[in-house]
Design a protein around this ligand. Structure first.
Ligand code: PLP
Length: 394
């Protein structure tokens, strides 16, 4: 009789993927479903990157690479960090992995002992708690409310730290909130981390997708101390529309990076070689496509944000980055006769044929996440359907 390991007994599948599967099932039955669940840009990978990948294959560069990534890709990442953040890292302070997700997984595996704590702000990206638990750690949550723009305060952080705290995760811009920490806010949080001597995991995967006059600051830029206790996590998935290529990286302390590289040498051997050559071009080649995509997301945001704001019972903050809106819909759900936002989201899919992600997956039970990584035409139709659904049942 099959008996699975204890560590997977509480493992839950990604909510995001579950909704997408349900939406696809309805689509296969011929239902006209509009998906607002996507966590990836709706653009093709830029042509220069495709060409570089093809060239590398034709040149026979299809064998194993060093476990932590090709030196040329590490160099491209070093140059990127210098160019964008003014940060200087050595090659032995960088690990290239199979997407930022697996890099984070590897990080928690080498960092955490049984019952070590990792502080995770709510709303959180779905995989953080699961990855911490899989490594034997304990997620400790801090609730960042809409009233505090979904950002944690230094006071909250201080109160959550115990003598078992190993790290705090900062995801700016955030999935699912789209919020961005300012330099002053990061400085205050970094000071608390310095006092308590804990690590900062800085997930910067949405760095290139920021809007209005907002600017992205990496916590590692703030001071030598902040740099030394920060592991930057980033990659090409969202910036260069390369989600399927699976290339992400970590930049941080060399002892930590060595342990992660050793683990990678026994788990992945190396990130896919062709994808690494594509990523070299992504970082070294022209960046016009990155900016074009950013502008497209920003104009979609401008177009749909006021419409979402107008839906009765929806309260929504204007995001400064990423490509998600996270309206609090608790009032709309209650007024339309649903006992939970999960049920409301289920009805939106089944009756209004719009797939959204219920916020329960992010620890934010009164919200739903709408992704605007889809065409403006579909976005407008989807928002109209949601609005009609709410008006009809109000
Ligand atoms: N971090 C956050 C906040 C994300 O939203 C995602 C992807 O959805 C990732 C990391 C992982 O990205 P990758 O495709 O590089 O694994």
């Amino acid at each position: 009789m099959l008996k699975l390991a204890n560590r997977v007994q509480t493992l839950t599948p990604s909510t995001t993927l579950a909704i997408t599967a349900k939406a696809n099932e309805l689509k296969a039955q011929g239902v006209d479903v509009i998906g607002l669940g996507a966590g990836e840009p709706d653009y093709n990978t830029p042509q220069n990157i495709l060409d570089a990948a093809e060239r590398s294959m034709e040149e026979g560069k299809t064998k194993y690479t060093p476990a932590g990534g090709l030196p040329a890709l590490k160099q491209a990442i070093q140059d990127k960090l210098q160019r964008d953040q003014g940060l200087s890292y050595e090659k032995n302070e960088i690990l290239v992995g199979v997407g930022a997700k697996h890099v984070l997984y590897t990080l928690f595996q080498v960092l955490l002992n049984e019952d070590d704590e990792v502080i995770i702000p709510i709303p959180y990206w779905v995989s953080y708690p699961e990855q911490v638990k899989l490594a034997g750690g304990v997620p400790v949550y801090i609730e960042a409310t809409a009233g505090q723009s979904y950002k944690i305060t230094p006071q909250q952080l201080r109160e959550a730290i115990t003598d078992r705290t190993k790290a705090v995760i900062i995801n700016s811009p955030s999935n699912p909130t789209g919020m961005l920490y300012s330099k002053e806010e990061l400085e205050a949080l970094a000071e608390v981390c310095r006092e308590a001597d804990i690590l900062i995991v800085s997930d910067e995967i949405y760095e290139k997708l920021i809007y209005g006059d907002a600017t992205h600051i990496s916590v590692a830029e703030l001071s030598e101390d902040a740099k030394s206790r920060t592991v930057i996590i980033n990659g090409v998935s969202k910036s260069h529309s390369m989600t399927g290529w699976r290339i992400g990286y970590a930049a941080g302390d060399k002892e930590l990076i060595k342990a992660m590289t050793d683990l990678a040498s026994h788990s992945t051997s190396n990130p896919t070689t062709t994808s690494q050559y594509a990523a070299i071009e992504a970082y070294n080649g022209p960046q016009d496509a990155v900016e074009e995509m950013r502008q497209a997301f920003e104009s979609r945001l401008e177009a749909i944000f006021p419409k979402v704001q107008e839906i009765p019972g929806f309260t929504v903050l204007r995001p400064q980055g990423a490509f998600y809106l996270l309206p609090d819909v608790s009032e709309a759900a209650a007024k339309t006769g649903f006992s939970s936002v999960d049920d409301f989201a289920k009805a939106l899919l089944e009756e209004a044929n719009v797939a959204v992600i219920p916020g329960s997956g992010f620890g934010a039970h009164s919200t739903i996440r709408l992704s605007y990584a889809t065409s403006l035409e579909l976005l407008e139709q989807a928002v109209e359907r949601i609005s009609q659904f709410v008006h009809k049942h109000w």
